[in-house]
Design a protein around this ligand. Sequence first.
Ligand SMILES: [Zn+2]
Length: 77
Amino acid sequence: MAWYKDGTKLEKIDDANFDKIWKPGETPPDNGIYECQGCGDEIASNKGVKLPTQNHSQHSPAEGEIRWKMIVCCENR
Ligand SMILES: [Zn+2]
């Protein structure tokens, strides 16, 4: 789970980009924090950069494949 201190810096929005599941090697359109749906690991990822396969812990069979989901999107101007 991602942590934060200053709640005034986060805003809840309902955007479909939060629902998409990404595979390792895919390049999502948003800068943000992505969570692996198998093991719960979180990473920061920049748009245009492939989501990682390396440096990711090995999953148990119960955890299944690495699947990334955006949990926090960074605002860019
Ligand atoms: Zn994982």
